[in-house]
Write a protein that binds this ligand. Structure first.
Ligand code: DQQ
Length: 465
């Protein structure tokens, strides 16, 4: 196993392949993170459910594999994504069982304090087939909740020739399900053209503030982006009145959220690797989780994402800078802080032409560099990883998103660098997460430039493992 590029405080699998977060639940005082897992190597295949448990969302204990395909069962070709629901005296998983071309909802139950052992429901699958009129493309991944005495679930799907769809079902007992029709179907006229899909994966539907939110992983035979709709939900109808991107960095996918015992809505997403398959095999592990993000609504009812404050428990060595405007990059003496494991929290004054840039350089020469650039005038936040790595086959991307910092509003940036991850939050409204692969993380350095004055705090973050 080669751990040189393994993140220190973002969750990664002990070995092998990991993708989507699954079955997130706060149970008997512990947080549980299940995840799509291939125990056979650092490549996607034979999906199992890996499992980790944490008292604080940051320090995780690896647990035994929770679900494995049953050679004679309706999940014999994979236990795909799903959720965990509290059924009072235990927890039930609703996941996608894969058998050949067939992908159908299945259940598994546990009443352990630590959710270590699972029994699959013998009547799996609990829905016999996807609706066929009109013809659906995909039929997988689940969002499940209870409302009064009824259970509801939304399944990720697509309607042939139309686009993504989220299908709504109701059940008295999680076993017998009645199809209520689509909760929402893609309407290309209403959304950005880059959201044109053949299916919506991993739908997650939940109340937040005054609205309901539907987060979606947009699929067009490969992952495209992650988006959300917010709007009103009543009488089994969801009428969205706004939408947005969840993360524009190109790596974040398949997010899932849950509510903890304190009533916080917390989301994790999978941070996909962006290096060649051979490199992942050589590492012996693949995939990371985003930081836990707290979700809430902004004053204008868009999605707010804030790193869970628990991450601050890892803060160590600290540096404070009072920033005066410069129009060239200034090298920052980090005074011993390890740049490959840091949090930058900065606040700058608003200006119509403000330009703020952070530049994370590789060891030795400045050939390797990751550029973060905010232009208030151009309404553009950019995370350019095209030069982040000198390793063969790693091309990175010039990722950006349209942002709006209102006049008079401070520019608040939080940047988390974790060896091969950069995760950025701008004013808790805009997020960009990407993967970087520095040749030698020990010598990473920081350059900053800003045309507006500000205050910058930098912490080294300790390893969570
Ligand atoms: N990954 C799972 C599917 C889901 C996709 C399979 C999203 O259930 O649709 O590993 O990454």
């Amino acid at each position: 196993m080669d751990n040189r590029l393994r993140p220190r405080y973002h969750f990664t699998p002990p070995a092998n392949w990991m993708n989507d977060p699954n079955g997130l639940i706060h149970w008997q005082g512990n947080y549980h993170l299940f995840y799509q897992y291939n125990p056979n190597g650092a490549f996607w295949g034979t999906m199992h459910w890996g499992h980790a448990m944490s008292p604080d969302l940051i320090h995780w204990t690896n647990m035994p594999v929770a679900l494995a395909p049953d050679p004679d069962g309706p999940d014999r070709d994979g236990c795909f994504s799903g959720v965990a629901v509290n059924v009072g005296d235990g927890v039930t998983l609703v996941y996608t069982g894969v058998e050949g071309d067939c992908q159908l909802p299945c259940l598994a139950m546990s009443s352990d304090d630590d959710l270590a052992t699972w029994t699959k429901y013998e009547g799996n699958p609990v829905i016999a087939a996807a609706p066929n009129d009109p013809h659906t493309t995909i039929f997988r991944d689940h969002s499940v909740w209870k409302d009064n005495d009824a259970w509801y679930q939304v399944i990720g799907s697509g309607i042939e020739g139309v686009g993504g769809a989220a299908l709504l079902y109701r059940s008295p007992d999680l076993i017998d399900w009645e199809y209520l029709g689509p909760l929402l179907v893609e309407n290309p006229a209403e959304i950005a053209p880059e959201w044109k899909t053949t299916g919506w994966e991993c739908p997650d539907f939940f109340p937040l503030g005054n609205r309901h939110v539907l987060t979606l992983s947009l699929w067009d035979e490969h992952p495209i982006a992650v988006g959300y709709y917010a709007g009103m939900y009543a009488g089994h109808r969801f009428v969205p009145d706004r939408h947005g991107s969840i993360d524009g960095g190109g790596s974040f996918y398949a997010p899932q959220s849950f509510t903890d015992d304190g009533g916080r809505r917390i989301m994790f997403g999978w941070l996909r690797e962006e290096c060649p398959a051979e490199m992942q095999l050589a590492h012996g592990w693949s995939g990371a989780m985003s930081l836990p993000r707290l979700l809430s609504m902004t004053d204008d009812d868009h999605l707010r994402q804030t790193p869970a404050p628990e991450i601050e428990s890892l803060r160590g060595k600290h540096l404070h800078l009072d920033w005066q405007p410069v129009d060239w990059f200034r090298h920052v003496d980090l005074n011993g802080i390890r740049a490959s494991s840091m949090e930058i929290s900065a606040e700058f004054a608003w200006d119509a032409k403000a330009l703020v840039a952070f530049n994370i350089c590789g060891a030795g020469s400045e050939e390797e560099r990751t550029n973060i650039l905010l232009s208030v005038e151009d309404n553009d936040l950019r995370l350019d990883t095209t030069r982040s790595s000198g390793s063969p086959g790693v091309s990175g991307g010039n990722h950006g998103m349209t942002v709006n910092v209102e006049p008079g509003e401070a520019i608040r940036l939080r940047i988390f660098v974790d060896v091969s991850i950069v995760e950025i939050f701008l004013n808790d409204r805009y997020c960009l997460s990407s993967r970087i692969y520095p040749a030698d993380e020990t010598g990473m350095r920081l350059h900053i430039s800003s045309t507006v004055p500000g205050s910058i705090d930098i912490w080294e973050l300790a390893s969570a493992s």
